[in-house]
Design a protein around this ligand. Structure first.
Ligand code: SAM
Length: 461
């Protein structure tokens, strides 16, 4: 296999570009698609990592927007052996260590076997290398956070501040002929996804909730050719609002509807909670000027300033009302864009206004829950129930002023390793409606599950 590494010196000439690695989530195909939509660059996949030449600052800036990528970083070297990597990292540490400063480093080994004594060995080589004649003069301290070289989870990487200036997380990636190594520039804040998933006030395991990371990936798949996100997304089967929360977390306007009043209420509560949660986080991160501006505003209103005690589960009406008059553009009243609607029926004019110019992201009803692979008859029953509903939904949505649809349809694991899907029939149907398939469908299924999701992207012609 010809590896890309031969041209490391070529792209070093272009200062903006770096050789970037991405550690992909468990669903490789969809993570790759997310990368492509976000950075508009083909990547080369190896050992669960994607590699490409990209501007480092752009990757850094957009990293937190991604859902399917666990890590990103810059490749700094390629070595044939474990010892070579050790040497390369040691040299990098010595070059970057600052006199009188403490440096913290972590190690991430991208292979299943791990490297038992790597951390201890590295500590030794760093000590040796720093003991030259000038050692006393250049005194510095390096602490390896995980000397056992057991990979740190994302929470630990952030807690130990390994991505901050002066500290490093070194990543070692297996290649066919040895190892690539580099430093991380982004590590997924898995705890943020978990917070949105677990802390939201209304949850019901019986309703097929979408994994928040999948929702985030699908939103990223709606990006335009320059990698920009749409201004507004609409989920016509919003359930408990997973897609909407992910949209809000990216700063997008959101709209959602569902057939069930109970679900609409749940989405309203969840999006309201998340709005407060974001507001609270934002206020905590305000700059001194913003705080002063806020304080003046509230003094004028004769209010007490008790914002640090803000309770994330209660709406702060005064704050929001005040904000409405000054900052209409953030539209705190996004809740009005969540409504009851049967996705197979046509839109009323007021509903049309709410979804106007948005991009559709969502998944519909996935049908019956199965615990083992299904047979032909079971599939026919599912198809009979779901296919006409989806067809009708696509017919209705095709008439609206929307530009793109990224939607997950169900597919099923059958007996004898067969899979069942009606997606190709749906595609045939929608092409007659003026919707164009712009990416090959991508399948997503969790291990052991019978129903998977087939993600399809259409554009309005
Ligand atoms: C799989 S759930 C969506 C879950 C959602 N993505 C989430 O994570 O919260 C499917 C939703 O579709 C709704 N639904 C089913 N048939 C519908 C229809 N004809 N029109 C609108 N919504 C419908 C159900 O009430 C349910 O909330």
């Amino acid at each position: 296999m010809i590896f890309f590494f031969y041209n490391i010196y070529t792209f070093k000439k272009n200062l903006h570009m770096a050789h970037i690695f991405f550690q992909l989530g468990s669903q490789v195909d969809i993570s790759e698609e997310e990368l492509y939509s976000t950075f508009n660059t083909e990547t080369e996949i190896f050992s669960g990592f994607a590699f490409g030449e990209l501007p480092k600052q752009k990757v850094k800036k957009k990293f937190d927007e991604l859902g399917g990528i666990m890590r990103a970083g810059v490749v700094l070297g390629e070595e044939k052996s474990f010892e070579g990597v050790q040497k390369g990292i040691t040299e990098h540490v010595i070059r970057n260590a600052k006199k009188g400063k403490k440096m913290k480093i972590g190690i991430f080994i991208g292979s299943k076997q791990g490297w038992k004594n790597f951390g201890i060995g590295l500590q030794k080589t760093i000590k040796q290398a720093s003991k030259g004649d000038e050692y006393e003069e250049n005194k510095f301290s390096v602490r390896i956070v995980n000397r056992d070289a057991k990979n740190l989870d994302s929470y630990a990487v952030h807690k130990e501040k390994l991505l901050e200036k002066g500290n490093f997380e070194y990543v070692c990636i297996p290649l066919p002929t040895g190892w690539a190594w580099g430093i991380s520039i982004g590590v997924q804040k898995a705890f943020d996804f978990a917070a949105r998933d677990m802390k939201k006030p209304v949850r019901d395991m019986k309703v097929g909730l979408m994994p928040p990371k999948l929702a985030r990936i699908m939103i990223n798949m709606t990006r335009d050719e320059s990698g920009n996100l749409p201004a507004k997304i609409y989920d016509p089967f919003c359930g408990m609002g997973t897609v909407l929360l992910e949209g809000m977390s990216l700063g997008l306007k959101v709209a959602g509807s569902d057939l069930s009043k109970k679900m609409v209420e749940a989405t309203k509560k969840n999006t309201q909670w998340y709005f407060n949660y974001q507001e609270r986080a934002q206020r905590m991160n305000m700059t001194a000027e913003e705080k002063a501006e806020r304080d003046t505003r509230f003094k004028q209103l004769g209010k007490e300033q008790k914002y640090d005690k803000f309770n994330e589960f209660n709406i702060d009406e005064d704050y929001i009302n005040n904000k409405k008059s000054t900052e209409e553009k953030r539209d705190p009243f996004f809740l009005r864009d969540i409504f009851i609607k049967d996705a197979t029926k046509s839109f009323y004019p007021d509903q049309q206004k709410k979804i106007n110019k948005s991009v559709i992201v969502g998944e519909g009803f996935l049908g019956k829950i199965f615990h083992k692979p299904i047979n032909e008859t079971q599939y026919s029953i599912q198809k009979e129930e779901l296919f006409p509903m989806y067809r009708q939904f696509l017919f209705q949505i095709s008439k609206e002023n929307i530009s793109k649809i990224v939607f997950a349809f169900p597919f099923w694991q059958g007996e004898d390793k067969k899979t069942y899907s009606f997606v190709s029939e749906l595609i045939e149907f929608v092409e007659k409606l003026g919707l164009k398939l712009i990416k090959s469908p991508i399948r997503y299924i969790r291990e052991g599950q019978v129903v998977g999701r087939e993600i399809v992207t259409f554009e309005k012609k």
